[in-house]
Design a protein around this ligand. Structure first.
Ligand code: ZN
Length: 243
């Protein structure tokens, strides 16, 4: 099985289209999406519709949940809140119904899929360190859990002695047969690791290999559309900085 794992698109259609181009060029059996299809960006409805046809498994993110009124926007910062309100206004009834059927988590063979954390998927906790990651390893049965949510790629490895360590993210990760992993694939539509290029990952279970991919896209196009939509300036600026 060769899997493309995308997350945190955040209404950035321009970034998503470039990512799909790259995925189409590879032999991928399935595309899965780890949530936050909407919020922040200027094309939420278009992203929902594009992903509905392309991805086989759709996981719910906190922004998706907030847009349909289930997660409280008071937990969001002022810019995110403004974007959630704007997104609510532009989505159709059908788009909102689509968000409402996204799954909180899923399993695909040896792979667990969730937006934020396997231990408390509805709390939207962030896994940022080995200390955060540690208790999450007992919350899924398989070999790997793929996550998004922080907008930065990360690898947490638990070895045979149950020691959890953070591994530096390089282009390629070869999985050890003695370890289990929590792997963050980064964000398609709003990366926060000081690199504005869209981020996602491929997973090949036969080769036990994860490839972290970056794809350049026309950031200024997304920014112009955000400007036109009247989205917060802070959100427009951060795209080109990648944070
Ligand atoms: Zn997000």
């Amino acid at each position: 099985m060769r899997l493309a794992i995308i997350s945190d698109i955040h209404g950035n259609l321009e970034a998503l289209e470039q990512v799909f181009k790259r995925i189409e060029a590879e032999k991928v059996s399935r595309i899965v999406c780890l949530g936050d299809v909407v919020g922040y960006g200027p094309f939420p409805g278009e992203c929902i519709r594009r992903i509905r046809t392309a991805a086989e498994i759709l996981i719910l993110g906190n922004h998706d949940d907030a847009v349909i009124g289930r997660t409280d926007v008071r937990d969001f910062n002022v810019h995110a809140r403004a974007a959630v309100r704007w997104t609510r206004e532009v989505l159709t009834e059908e788009d909102r119904a689509e968000l409402a059927i996204y799954r909180i988590d899923a399993d695909l063979g040896d792979v667990h899929l969730v937006h934020g954390s396997p231990a408390s998927p509805r709390m939207w906790d962030y896994i940022l360190s080995p200390v955060d990651a540690r208790p999450n390893f007992s919350a899924f049965a398989g070999r790997i859990c793929f996550i998004g949510h922080t907008h930065s790629a990360a690898v947490f490895e638990m070895d045979e002695d149950q020691i959890v360590q953070s591994r530096r993210v390089t282009r390629e990760l070869i999985l050890s047969s003695h370890s289990r992993y929590i792997i963050n694939v980064g964000s398609v539509g709003q990366p926060r690791d000081s690199n504005p290029d869209a981020a996602f990952a491929f997973y090949d279970d036969e080769r036990a290999r994860v490839e972290f991919v970056r794809v350049a896209y026309d950031v200024s196009k997304t920014q112009a559309a955000m400007e036109k939509a009247g989205l917060p300036h802070f959100l427009i600026k951060r795209l080109q900085l990648g944070h």
